[in-house]
Each structure stands twice: as structure tokens, then as C-alpha cells.
Design a protein around this ligand. Structure first.
Ligand SMILES: O=c1[nH]c(=O)c2nc[nH]c2[nH]1
Length: 452
């Protein structure tokens, strides 16, 4: 007999075309973690669908939302979140980030930082995260274990950095060691998943072209082809990074990564601020997704990524916090920043320019579109059945309370669509009362409950 629960209440979720729907007083039948039926509570078939299943109903002022999918998190950098963001990218990496990441050779330190981060993300409604760990294979496994213990869906990569420009204290020994360690890491994660059923996945993770040799990139591309696992890296992130790649390879960042066999349906590339039309077409034709990290781009990107243009070209796009290039672990903030940055891209930012010359037309992202990026867009980017409250999808959900101990300023009866806008713009972690990952409750009364 499958494990069966029926969740009842009003939900906000995207349809297959990314339009946000208000499903007022619906039943969500969940069997073994997946939604098997969605129907209005007054549907004649409702009583039969509920049967003798355990029922979980919302209270007045509570709503179901899909769990968020964070497509770009540097887990070790949680230990420096909120600091040093007044430096350019290359200096920030050398002076702060690489020395911090080197400390993750210490497995106990890694365990402490990773447990703290996973709990913080879950409490903010992030049910799935695509993580960079560090170059260390064993301590990267600690991040996988932290996800498994807390019940978060975690896609984790051991970072590859074998190039000559990396500091001696923080790099892979050489290309063949980097590829062999990645293979070892992938096998360990797959074994853990098979043995425990934990929702953990290995990810091939060349940091970015400037930190890897051609030999390592080609070796990782071959692994991706042979094993069919996810791939992540950074791409077209800043003027410095893009021109470094062009000088070294004679090609754009995305064309070079494609040449190494690193683009595909399961590839997610962070930032992608500086893509020309050929790059965008390459993303669309290979099924490669963009992890849009608007807060980090404000510090390091030198421009705003035109994500509406990418979406119109058929590219999968989701959102990332980019801890700690972005200081805020909340994907709620990433949604808001996506809208804000897109408005600045459309209107332009230099008041000395005439209005018609100042911005980029058709760049605005609405709050609902940004919500879709954080949910359905993230799921599509990872090619996983997550990010929507719809039949066939995992029950990854957040229970939002707008009237409880931290009420939102909703004083009159309001349309569901307006309530969603208020939730997206104003909710804080205090409004997230409970969180489920694949049918398993991982946050209750605002506190992480599993494995802690
Ligand atoms: O925001 C960023 N964070 C990083 O850790 C990193 N490494 C390469 N490029 C990067 N960008």
C-alpha cells in the first residue's frame, strides 16, 4: 500500500505554460511523495479520492506554495555570507573565498557549516538546492550527508580547480586527479541515494574556465557524456571572466564549454550575464539552463542579465541566491531582486541619458514571472518533476500563513492574485509555518524537524 496523504487548501502554482494559478480550496492527493490527483474540494469525486487517507488542511489565512528551487549556492561560502562584497570578483575570490574554501579540508568544520546552511535554506522554503561544495571529495560528501539528514533535495558537486592560476593551498593536484576524484564522488553519492532513498544527486562541477585546464574540462565533459549526471559551472559572468575565456580559447564562454561537452539538458550555468544571440541559441538548442543570480550580478556582473530575452528564445531559466556572491540565503529575496534588476535594465540607470536611449526595452520581469522562475523554472532547469503543485510532481511545498503571529498587512478580503503578490513581496521566514520535501515534513512551526 502506498503511503497516502491528502493536503487541502488554496494553493498558488504555475501551469504548464508558467502562468500562476490560484487553486482555490483544492485537494492534493500525495502517494509516496508524489501528487497523484489535484481536484476542487467540491468535486463529486473528492470523497472517494480522500478515502481513509490522512488529511492535512490549511487554517484560514494559510496557503500552499511550491517549495523553491535554488539553482546556485556555494555552500562553504555560508561561513562568509554578508562580508567582503565591496571587491571585484577576482580579488574577492583570491583574498577571501579561496582561503575560506581551503578550510573545508577540515571535515568537522565542513559538517558544522553545511548543517547550518541546509537548515537555514529549508526554513526559508528552499526544498531543492544545486550546490557547489569545495575541491575536497570527502568533505564535499558532508554536504550530501547534511542534505540527506535534513531531508532537503540536494544536488552537490565536488569543485574542480586544477589550473595554474589557482593558489597552491587550494587546488586539485592535476587534471587526472580532479577527474578521478569527481568520479569517486559521483559513485559515493549514487551509492548513498540507492542505500537510503535520500534525494541527493552528484553534479560535475568545473568551477569556471579560468580555474580549470583544458584537460580537466575535456575529462569532465567525457564523464558527463558517460554518466548522464548533472553539470554546473559559471558562464559569461563578468567582463573580466568573459574576456579571459575569449583570450584563452578564441571563443565565447558558452561555445568553449560546449566544445568540452559540458552543455546539455542537465547542465545549469550560473550568471550568463554576457550572452550574444549565438550563445542564447546554443543554450536553447542544447537544453542548457541559466541560473539567474541577480543579487550577486549587482556586485560582480557588470550588467543585468536579460532573462526575459533568454526566456523568449526558449532557454530554461531559474533563480539562484549565489551564496555568498549574494549575501542573502532567501530565494524570496532573489525573486524580488529579479524584478527590481529587470526594471532597472528596462529603464536604464544613467539619468544623464535621454529616456529612449537609457534602457533595454521588453526586459521587465513581473512578480509572477519571477515566482515562476523560482519554482517551475528551477524544476525544468534541473529536468526533475519539482517546482509545481500538479499531478506527477513531488509534493515539495511550503505552508504560508498570512494571519498568524506575524500577519501581513491584509486588512480586507482580497483577490487571491493580490494575496499572492503580497506574499511574494512581504513574507518573511516567520510566515513559512511548515515545509515538505517529497511528502516528508521537514519544517514544522517554523523549525527544521528532521535530523536536527
Ligand atoms: O559569484 C561567484 N562565486 C564564486 O565562488 C565564483 N567562482 C567563480 N566565479 C564565481 N562567482
Amino acid at each position: 500500500m502506498p503511503d497516502r496523504t491528502v493536503f487541502r487548501g488554496t494553493a498558488f502554482s504555475c501551469d504548464a505554460d508558467d502562468r500562476v494559478q490560484a487553486l482555490v480550496d483544492h485537494l492534493f492527493v500525495v502517494e509516496d511523495g508524489f501528487i497523484t490527483a489535484v481536484l476542487p474540494a467540491d468535486d463529486p469525486a473528492a470523497a472517494e479520492a480522500v478515502g481513509d487517507a490522512e488529511a492535512v488542511s490549511t487554517q484560514p489565512g494559510q496557503y500552499w506554495l511550491p517549495g523553491f528551487v535554488d539553482l546556485h549556492v556555494h555552500a562553504p561560502q555560508w561561513a562568509q555570507a554578508g562580508t567582503a562584497l565591496d571587491l571585484p570578483l577576482a580579488d574577492w575570490l583570491r583574498q577571501h573565498t579561496f582561503p575560506l574554501e581551503a578550510r573545508f579540508a577540515d571535515v568537522d568544520f565542513a559538517r558544522r557549516v553545511y548543517a547550518s546552511l541546509v537548515a537555514e535554506l529549508l526554513a526559508r522554503g528552499t526544498t531543492t538546492a544545486l550546490y557547489f561544495a569545495t575541491v575536497h571529495p570527502t568533505s564535499s560528501l558532508e554536504l550530501v550527508l547534511a542534505c540527506a539528514a535534513a531531508g532537503q533535495r540536494g544536488l552537490v558537486g565536488k569543485v574542480v580547480m586544477d589550473g595554474p592560476d589557482n593558489p597552491d593551498f587550494y587546488k586539485d593536484a592535476d587534471a587526472s586527479a580532479a577527474v578521478a576524484d569527481t568520479g569517486w564522488f559521483i559513485r559515493r553519492v549514487q551509492e548513498l541515494r540507492a542505500a537510503t532513498g535520500a534525494e541527493v544527486y552528484p553534479v560535475i562541477t568545473p568551477r569556471f574556465i579560468p580555474s580549470c585546464t583544458d584537460e580537466a574540462l575535456a575529462g569532465l565533459g567525457a564523464l558527463a557524456r558517460d554518466l548522464g549526471v548533472h553539470v554546473q559551472s559559471h558562464c559569461a559572468e563578468s567582463d573580466w571572466e568573459s574576456s579571459h575565456v575569449r583570450e584563452r580559447t578564441g571563443r565565447s564562454d558558452s561555445a568553449a564549454l560546449d566544445g568540452f561537452g559540458l552543455l546539455g539538458e542537465r547542465s545549469v550555468l550560473a550568471h550568463c550575464v554576457h550572452l550574444d544571440d549565438d550563445d542564447v541559441a546554443l543554450f536553447a538548442s542544447t537544453g542548457t539552463a541559466v541560473a539567474h543570480c541577480p543579487l550577486s550580478n549587482a556586485f560582480f556582473g557588470d550588467a543585468v542579465a536579460p532573462v526575459r530575452r533568454y526566456a523568449r528564445a526558449g532557454v530554461d531559466v531559474g533563480l539562484g541566491t549565489d551564496i555568498s556572491g549574494g549575501f542573502d540565503p532567501s530565494l524570496w529575496s532573489a525573486i524580488r531582486q529579479t524584478v527590481t534588476s529587470s526594471r532597472m535594465l528596462e529603464s536604464g540607470v544613467d539619468a544623464a541619458q535621454p529616456p529612449a536611449a537609457r534602457g533595454v526595452p521588453d526586459s521587465r520581469v513581473t512578480f509572477e514571472q519571477a515566482f515562476a522562475l523560482a519554482t517551475a523554472g528551477g524544476g525544468r532547469s534541473l529536468s526533475l518533476p519539482i517546482g509545481r503543485l500538479a499531478e506527477g510532481y513531488a509534493w515539495d511545498a511550503q505552508l504560508i500563513d498570512v494571519v498568524g503571529h506575524r500577519p501581513l498587512p491584509i486588512f480586507d478580503d482580497d483577490e487571491p492574485e493580490r494575496i499572492l503578490q503580497r506574499i511574494i513581496t512581504l513574507a518573511t521566514p516567520a510566515n513559512i509555518r511548515a515545509v515538505w520535501v517529497q511528502g516528508r515534513k521537514v519544517v514544522a512551526d517554523g523549525e527544521v524537524v528532521v535530523g536536527h
